[in-house]
Design a protein around this ligand. Structure first.
Ligand SMILES: Cc1cc2nc3c(=O)[nH]c(=O)nc-3n(C[C@H](O)[C@H](O)[C@H](O)COP(=O)(O)OP(=O)(O)OC[C@H]3O[C@@H](n4cnc5c(N)ncnc54)[C@H](O)[C@@H]3O)c2cc1C
Length: 387
């Protein structure tokens, strides 16, 4: 029997990969649900993900799964707010309606826009380790970098671009150029839920306390396994397996506000091109899908990365949308200290780790800070375990 520990999307994909080859697999999960960091709450008619999270259909690992996610897509582009005016920078191929506003956007020279396009299509690596330096060295600088790419990618990586490995940053930016992300009709948790439906043996509420050779001890019993795949987040994995180096995490807070006043009437992710406050990005979820909020209500999702309070968020929001509705109400705030592993420049990226003949480690922190990285790590660890 193969034991997979942790039923986040890494562990689910590891279990599915082993199961498909006819192996007996047992998936052990400490909590009472699958999905780990991907969770959706329904609160008073509002559908809220634990942290604003989108799924990019261009992720190769998501394509492989071939699931009916019913993605409700956002616009292919970004709305940039500045003190002067707001403008849209959209992909002219996927979003031709906004071509004029994109051409008029005050984001610097044609040269820097061309540099971005060539960067997105270039396969060759530069050998530069810092994402910000790599972008700048390609000519992606000035207003295009400061007002658009930097604020947008801060929200994707949940950290500063000069603290991110160039290869990791480039890969994620390219995914946005290839696919238009969205949120499943029933929330991000649809992804792990649909995967879990295919798992034959899943024990929830069973926490693994130790792994010794082929023996797995949980808070309930002891198992002997042929192979073991540890697919839990990096911090917990390091507590369980001494050979695992704990990653550094980037934190995030998602604030959900509701109002009957539809102050945002589009599906664009909005960023502040001038960094005038703590908000990293803002999106009106009811515009993406009406069923994400009760009838006639607007649901704003706002992400911040630095410690701040509700008043600071509201002050910044006022600058972004012009006025604060009278009835604006905070529905829920999710503070997630371990949101994404921080892939600092030159961070080791083995995809998965093999500790011994029977012990394998998988997780986003070994492969990439995204659903694609998590799924890929789980699949590759499983393929190695069954080979
Ligand atoms: C706020 C936020 C926004 C994000 N946005 C995006 C996005 O827009 N796009 C994107 O691609 N990615 C995004 N991500 C990243 C993505 O969600 C993660 O990379 C992915 O979900 C990680 O999955 P995982 O299975 O590796 O880890 P986890 O989801 O952490 O799962 C680990 C599981 O192991 C279980 N576990 C822990 N210890 C034990 C034990 N001892 N015994 C048994 N089980 C145990 C846990 O309960 C958990 O279920 C976001 C993440 C967050 C938090």
């Amino acid at each position: 029997m193969i034991i997979v520990i942790g039923a986040g999307i890494t562990g689910l994909n590891a279990a599915l990969t082993c199961q498909r080859t006819g192996r007996e697999v047992l998936l052990l999960e400490a909590s009472d649900r699958v999905g780990g960091r991907i969770k959706t709450d329904l609160i008073s008619g509002y559908q809220l993900d634990h942290g604003f999270q989108v799924i990019n259909p261009a992720y190769p690992e998501v394509k492989r799964l071939n699931l009916q996610l019913q993605l409700q897509t956002m616009e292919a582009g970004v709305k940039v707010a500045t003190a002067d005016k707001n403008f849209i920078v959209a992909d002219p191929f996927r979003n031709p309606r906004n071509i004029i506003s994109t051409l008029r956007a005050p984001i610097g020279s044609f040269k820097s826009k061309r540099a971005l396009i060539s960067f997105l299509f270039q396969k060759q690596r530069t050998g530069i380790s810092n994402f910000e330096v790599e972008l700048n060295s390609h000519g992606i600088n000035g207003p295009l970098y400061e007002k658009v790419i930097r604020p947008f990618m801060r929200g994707v990586l949940l950290g500063e671009l000069d603290l991110v490995d160039a290869q990791v940053g480039r890969e994620l930016l390219k995914f946005f150029a290839k696919g238009t992300p969205g949120i499943p009709l029933k929330g991000a948790q649809t992804l792990p839920d649909l995967m879990a439906k295919q798992i034959d043996k899943l024990n929830l509420n069973e926490s693994v306390a130790s792994v010794n050779g082929k023996v797995v001890t949980t808070d309930q019993r002891t198992y002997t396994a042929e192979k073991i795949i540890v697919a839990i987040d990096g911090a917990n994995a390091a507590n369980l397996i001494p050979e695992v180096t704990p990653p550094r995490f980037n934190l995030s807070t998602t604030w959900y506000f509701a109002t009957a006043d539809k102050v945002v009437a589009d599906k664009f992710l909005m960023v502040d091109g001038e960094g005038r406050g703590p908000i990293v990005n803002l999106i009106a979820l009811d515009q993406i899908c009406a069923s994400f909020a009760p009838a006639n209500m607007q649901l704003l999702s706002i992400t911040t990365l630095i410690p701040c309070d509700e008043n600071e968020v509201k002050s910044h929001l006022r600058l972004l949308i012009g006025k604060l509705p009278q009835d604006l109400q905070l529905i829920k705030e999710y503070h997630i200290p371990r949101s994404l592993p921080a892939f600092i420049p030159n961070y080791s990226r083995p995809n998965f780790q093999q500790i011994s003949g029977e012990l394998f480690i998988a997780g986003d922190y070994l492969c990439g800070p995204s659903q694609n990285g998590a799924l890929m790590s789980g699949r590759l660890a499983a393929e190695a375990a069954i080979s």
